[in-house]
Design a protein around this ligand. Structure first.
Ligand SMILES: *[C@@H]1O[C@H](CO)[C@@H](O)[C@H](O)[C@H]1NC(C)=O
Ligand SMILES: *[C@@H]1O[C@H](CO)[C@@H](O)[C@H](O)[C@H]1NC(C)=O
Length: 369
């Protein structure tokens, strides 16, 4: 009899533990309540659609051709962006553009903030306020951070300040910024006379650090920061070289910038021991991807898909442009922006990649800190 009870007890304990383990994996989404996204066209999910004076817009065909709705959304790609794909990885919906909810009021006049996150990114933006001014209006990184502070106040009103700070502290803050600052510097003889590359990249990373400090001040504790892509390998940059190779000087600038960014993030962490971050070495990952592209079914590494002229990169992707039949074989969709196929590989590496690409930890490790 005693034995039977013991058996029943231990088997129900086993059952209980199994149920708890199942709950553990089911409630994984709870480990990350929301994702908040900051940056440029790589992650702008449509904010610029709401800026009448923005020139950097992609709210027309053939952008979005492989998006679930098959419609243009303002995303500069054929389908989903890293911001959408990262959210999916942690079991959340892709965060909508902040400007799509900013002025949407309920009957009682209050704005309902989605609790699973928001996207503040804006095509053309940079860490410097003046970056992207030639592209008409856009939301600079500084303003994106200010927009988050508005959202933080609203979250506090809804969840209480304790609830908001708990939720925000467990949320992922994805930051993809700096390419436009880099391109402005690279292409400006004035700036290059004024600042050495090292001086300029130090200015960039210290501007970014103060923006990260502000987010930290609003309770952000889990950062996912992407280094610069090897922009010299974008179709439009390849036009400048013999045989359409990657532009070596621009690539060396990107790599040098990223080394400074790495140490800036180490510094940021050493000043705030209660934060965690994933730094993604986009540059190294991307060059490895180009070397092994065929293994991933990516057979076109140089030309864009949508555009015109050499490498489909002499003109923008426009509604009348020709475009490739199979986007899943192209690394780039337009003359500057990767395809969803490329972004999927990028996000896989951010979440589960080895130390070579993600330091000091990948996102799977980050969300269990
Ligand atoms: C206003 O609407 C929101 C969302 O519908 C609701 O949560 C809130 O309680 C409402 N406030 C008032 C004062 O009715
Ligand atoms: C950037 O713009 C913000 C306003 O959005 C302003 O507060 C800040 O001082 C500006 N920074 C610089 C360096 O001009």
């Amino acid at each position: 009899m005693a034995l039977t009870i013991a058996t029943v007890l231990s088997s129900s304990l086993l059952l209980f533990m199994m149920v708890m383990m199942m709950l553990g994996s089911l409630s994984e989404a709870q480990m990350v309540p929301a994702t908040f996204v900051f940056g440029d066209s790589v992650v702008d999910a449509g904010n610029n659609n709401y800026l009448p004076l923005a020139l950097a817009k992609s709210n027309y065909p053939h952008y979005g051709i492989d998006f679930p709705t098959k419609k243009p959304t303002g995303r500069f790609s054929n389908g989903k962006l890293p911001s959408d794909l990262l959210a999916e990885k942690v079991g959340l919906p892709g965060p909508p553009p902040y400007l799509s909810i900013k002025n949407k009021k309920d009957k009682n006049g209050s704005i309902s903030i989605p609790l699973t996150g928001l996207n503040f990114a804006s095509a053309g933006a940079g860490v410097f306020n003046e970056t992207g001014n030639q592209l008409g209006s856009h939301i600079s990184m500084t303003e994106q951070v200010e927009d988050f502070s508005t959202v933080y106040s609203k979250l506090s009103a809804v969840m209480g300040s304790g609830g908001a700070s708990k939720s925000v502290g467990k949320s992922l803050f994805l930051i993809v910024i700096g390419s436009n600052d880099m391109l402005s510097y690279y292409g400006s003889s004035d700036l290059r006379k004024k600042f050495t590359p090292e001086q300029r990249f130090n200015q960039m990373t210290s501007a970014l650090k103060s923006q990260l400090e502000m987010l930290y001040g609003y309770g952000a504790r889990r950062f996912v920061v992407a280094g610069l892509l090897a922009i010299g390998c974008a179709p439009v940059q390849r036009l400048n070289t013999k045989n359409y190779e990657c532009d070596p000087e621009l690539n060396s600038f990107c790599n040098a910038h990223n080394q400074i960014l790495r140490s800036t993030l180490q510094q940021f962490k050493s000043e705030h021991t209660d934060l965690s971050y994933t730094y993604f070495d986009t540059y190294t990952f991307f060059l490895d991807l180009l070397d092994n592209a065929a293994n991933y079914g990516l057979t076109e590494t140089k030309a864009g898909c949508c555009g015109a002229g050499k490498l489909e990169a002499q003109f923008f992707c426009l509604p009348l442009s020709a475009y490739c039949k199979d986007r899943s074989t192209h690394v780039f969709f337009d003359r500057l922006h990767p395809t969803e196929a490329t972004y999927r590989l990028v996000v896989d590496a951010i979440v589960d990649g080895p130390k070579k690409y993600v330091e000091p930890m990948n996102v799977r490790q980050l969300v269990s800190t």
